[in-house]
Design a protein around this ligand. Sequence first.
Ligand code: EPZ
Length: 418
Amino acid sequence: MSRIWIRGNVPLCGELTIQGSKNAALPLMAAAVLHPGKTVLWNCPRILDVECMSSILRELGCTVFREGGALVIDASRAEDLPVPARYATRFRASVLLTGSLLGRFGRACLPYPGGCTIGTRPIDLHLQIFRKMGALPQTGREGICLQIPQGRPAGCTAALEFPSVGATENAVLGAVLAQGVTVLKNCAREPEITELCRFLNEKGARIEGAGGSVLTITGVDSLRDSEYELMSDRIVAGTYLLAAAGTRGQVTLHGAQEETLRPLADILRGDGASVRAVGKRIILDASGAHPGERFVRTEPYPGFPTDLQSQILVYLLTASGASRVEETMFESRFQIAAELAKMGADIEIENNCAVVRGPAALKGTAVAARELRGGAALAAAGLIAGGETAISGSRFIKRGYEDICRDLAALGADIREI
Ligand code: EPZ
């Protein structure tokens, strides 16, 4: 199995164009199944989760292929088939096909969603909405089948108990072709949801309120062929900003949009770094940063994103004092602390809080990635540490980062796959 080798203690310096967004690409790929026609997604990232979703769409009868820089999906021949477990259980976002299959066929069968290392990942909030749309769930040994006797989802008014990103996206997908109007309250407001609404409206859907916590979807009878340019991946951009700030470097990230990373930009500015949004890029100069202790709490957007929690743990190892990071979204998203301890980090976990004591004299060693964002955080730690670091489990990182070695090398890192 390949590993990532890094020689650390070098300030990152350089320019990079950020890849397309994983957490926008996946719901948009699921949305393509709603329409018996063609969808072209530009700037679609070349990552394992996109490959997995492509395999599922092919098993459902779609044609999916790369043409130049675009992913082309033709769902003309999609069929009312179960979502294949061998792919669906590898990643959470396969659950988003429920809304599309219900919208198109009035039926969806899917395996029980895999829990993963960061938490159990239930889908109760998704099912609550689909029941209101007229779906009757039947649970079996293999998974769950949802059937709508009327054949088409019914518009409804529903309030999410929690602003779940996936449940919001799934509800939108189920409502687009529904009979009547759907009003969704307490929706998640992540930029990837706004992207999904914008994409669907360009396909002929009627969604109002994108970016807010109330979405009103007036059901339509059909959608149309479309092409769409995906937003850049804000979590990849945030990962590299924190890696650069941790090494006190100076980088320019093209495609990164500060408005999608406001809490992080504010933290870095508060630590004395210069963060400038110039056109569609972020310019960071952290050479003069002196981070002190601080408290970070993960929250739904526009709060600090849970997907940057492992990465800011690493950054806070370079700060002076005892910082606290509170994880409010997932019940076990601090596993990376054990691997960082092998490098000399002093991180104490108390329930859903991590106390990070710095500055730590991190030393390179062999460590293991066990999930996507923790793996990316280990790469950042290797860049900060003195000596050499070898990270196993690079396949986890490839789920969401096209080529983290390519990207960090472009920013001046001494890094390669071995
Ligand atoms: C999306 O996951 C993202 N994935 C996650 O990114 C991200 O961490 C998460 O949103 C929060 O921002 C994609 O977009 C593909 P949730 P999702 O539903 O939709 C609980 C990454 O690294 N919950 O907002 O699964 C759930 O257990 C990934 O790119 C229920 O209890 O997140 C969690 O504690 C990791 N019941 C919380 O809500 C439900 O029915 C947030 O989950 C649904 C969710």
